[in-house]
Design a protein around this ligand. Structure first.
Ligand code: ADP
Ligand code: MG
Length: 645
């Protein structure tokens, strides 16, 4: 599977590399070169858009920063190519960090607006800073030379090709590493990322910086390719075009970026020529019809869903033959085609083609024995340093107050959780249990009170910091990284076990390889521990609800926590599943991990908790052994009062 993919990619690249041999027409060479330059930018843009799920309309600006860094360094300082290329990458990456700042505060449409403003400001700056950029006049740059050898059209083509391949490999490696998983986790659930010790803050900045670096490289090559740059190039249209290219080609694929680049470069040119347009429209209509038939036969899609796209493309082909001249219609047709792709092929062209030919959820069966061994190791490792002194407090909360406006969701609560115990936290709906968990994990900062965990204060620290210090959790409303596999979800929890940096990842150094394979073994072990061994390579969103809850536990254990917080883990589980869950929680405790358990199933609480605290309207109304608490009058009243009236 993997090998066939690499083979197809290599064949495709070989065809691309050989282009100067079968067409010496400089027009086509330049066009393919431009596609490859755009592709470099799109690889990077996809990190931000496809993986972290942020919108950026600032990438044309970054592209411009790359171009002008190259132009200015060459014309003002006469810097050589081997300085200019890395300098463009580094300078633009710095601008990427600036662009990341708004992304830390806002998301969605607001972020789109802010990044758009960023792009506009860059364009204005280029325009105004005449002393560096010559303003609207633009800069003229000759084709580069290296070590005394002047690049001609073909030489430059291969330089671009080489750098495009390097970018492709580096981006691919980054995205398949722990860094890529961190980026993808941000999109899946920022809260869960933070609580797995993967700082949303840090990785958002990281994603923008890396993405900008590639935009800088692309911009630099573009300056040499065009041999003339002016501020007008880096405008709003270009930035929208980049975004569309990622979406049309298909996010989260490198082939999608290449295809997207080809579309935005070639399509406008094809539409200049009526004959060409007729051919393209006809081919498109045939492809769409065949695709739809295959899709319907394979039951991937329904005839109802396919009827409009098929009729639409056939109508477009018919329209092309009816047209006498295309000039007036060019932009409208281009717009229509884009709309069509964005609306009907939400996973882009590559995503659509993939869904036709690749079987869904191609599972890799895992050697059962190996996994069992790994499972034993995994949970032994999770047992931390070994000696567990039952009896001392692992967590001490004093006088915790959490106020939302006028509501005291937690009101002056003390909590003492002893090492090595399972501590139940119960109470009617809305009594403040989940809020307590959010306070303990740094999602909320308490209005008043102190919380000490393993001798250190928790209050005011970030969620990721608290997670790394040993508190892991699950969520009442499941917070998995939906588009990632079960194994990848757990690997995000194992993020702390990686020391390799971006260089290790790009070069696949022994350190990175060792850490990656250790995280796979460990991840499979944990998945097996919660009984999901055969679902390791299934996307989390495809798992049944009950299994998703178990996967969250496996992911939390990956943090090697001292304290595990479970928020209603049995909710939505069937009776046999609950039995299994109880066994799992016991095993976790037996390995020395302290557990705080919020649960509505009283039989579960009664059977496994060592100590129980009861909340009602944010206040602690009872505490003690499960049997004592169950008999407590205040508790009975709170529960009856909550349900009967
Ligand atoms: P439980 O988990 O015990 O069912 P919660 O802790 O979720 O209860 O909620 C306790 C109370 O705090 C509820 O009244 C809830 O509406 C309120 N609450 C929780 N989070 C917030 C918030 N972010 N803003 C305002 N009110 C909140
Ligand atoms: Mg709750």
């Amino acid at each position: 599977m993997m090998n066939r993919k690499t083979l197809i990619a290599a064949a495709g690249l070989a065809v691309l590399a050989a282009a100067p041999f079968y067409t010496s027409n400089p027009y086509y060479i330049h066009m393919i070169g431009t596609i490859m330059i755009y592709a470099i930018l799109l690889f990077g843009l996809d990190i931000v858009v496809g993986y972290t799920g942020q919108v950026s309309l600032g990438h044309a600006g970054l592209f411009g920063v790359g171009s002008y860094t190259a132009g200015v360094l060459f014309l003002k300082l006469g810097a050589p190519l081997w300085v200019i290329i890395p300098a463009s990458v580094v300078v633009t990456a710095g601008f990427g960090a600036l662009l990341a700042l708004p992304a830390l505060r806002v998301t969605g449409p607001y972020l789109a607006m802010v990044t758009l403003a960023f792009g506009t400001i860059i364009q204005i700056l280029i325009n105004e800073m005449d002393f560096l950029t010559e303003g609207p006049l633009g800069l003229k740059i000759p084709k580069p030379s290296l070590a005394g050898i002047q690049f001609d059209e073909h030489g430059f083509y291969w330089l671009v090709f080489g750098l495009m391949v390097v970018s492709l490999v580096v981006v691919d490696r980054i995205l398949k590493s722990q860094l890529g998983r961190a980026f993808e986790a941000l999109r899946g659930s920022p809260v869960a990322s933070d609580c797995m010790g993967v700082s949303v803050y840090r990785y958002k900045v990281y994603a923008f910086v890396i993405s900008a670096g590639f935009a800088g490289l692309a911009g630099c090559l573009y300056a040499y390719s065009e041999q003339y740059i002016s501020p007008n190039t880096y405008n709003f249209e270009l930035t929208v075009l980049f975004l569309l290219a990622v979406i049309m080609g298909g996010r989260k694929t490198r082939s999608g970026a290449l295809l997207g680049a080809a579309i935005i470069v070639i399509l406008p040119k094809l539409l200049d020529d009526l004959e060409m347009f007729r051919q393209v429209a006809s081919v498109l209509a045939v492809l769409m019809t065949v695709g739809a038939i295959v899709g319907v036969v394979k039951k991937i899609t329904t005839p109802k869903a396919m009827i409009i796209p098929v009729v639409g493309t056939i109508a477009l082909a018919g329209f092309s033959f009816w047209l006498q001249s295309i000039t007036d219609w060019r932009l409208s047709i281009f717009g229509l085609m884009i709309l069509f792709v964005v609306y009907y092929l939400q996973d882009g062209i590559v995503g659509f083609v993939r869904s036709l030919f690749v079987r869904k959820g191609s599972r890799i069966s895992v050697g059962a024995v190996a996994v069992m061994d790994a499972a034993k190791d995994a949970i032994t490792q999770a047992g931390n340093t070994g000696h567990i002194a039952v009896g001392s407090d692992l967590l001490t909360a004093k006088g915790v107050l959490m106020q939302f406006g006028g509501l005291k969701a937690i009101n002056n609560v003390d909590l003492h959780v002893k090492r090595g115990t399972i501590h139940g936290l119960i109470g009617p709906n809305g009594s403040g249990k989940s809020t307590m968990m959010n306070v303990l994990t740094g999602i909320y900062v308490p209005t008043a009170g102190s919380i000490d965990f393993a001798g250190k204060s928790v209050v005011g620290r970030t969620s990721s910091d608290i997670a790394l210090s040993g508190i892991a959790r699950t969520f009442q409303n499941v917070q998995l990284f939906g588009e990632m596999t079960a194994l990848q979800n757990v690997q995000v929890g194992l993020h702390h076990s990686f020391n390799s940096n971006i260089v290790d990842v790009s070069l696949h150094t022994p350190r990175y390889k060792r850490e990656e394979s250790a995280s796979v073994d460990r991840g499979l072990g944990l998945i097996n521990f919660v009984g999901l061994g055969d679902l390791a390579h299934e996307e989390a969103r495809n798992l049944p609800y009950g299994k998703q809850r178990l996967l969250e536990i496996a992911r939390a254990l990956a943090l090697d926590p001292q304290l595990l917080l479970l928020d209603e883990p049995a909710a939505g589980l069937t009776a046999p599943d609950i039995k299994e869950l109880v066994a799992i929680i016991r095993k976790i405790r037996d390995h020395g991990i302290t557990v705080i358990l919020i649960e509505h199933h009283m039989d579960v609480v009664m059977s496994i908790c060592d100590q129980v605290s009861v909340l009602d309207f944010g206040q602690k109304i009872a505490e003690g052994k499960p049997t004592d608490v169950q008999a407590d009058e205040k508790v009975i009243e709170a529960y009856l009062g909550g349900t009967a009236t």
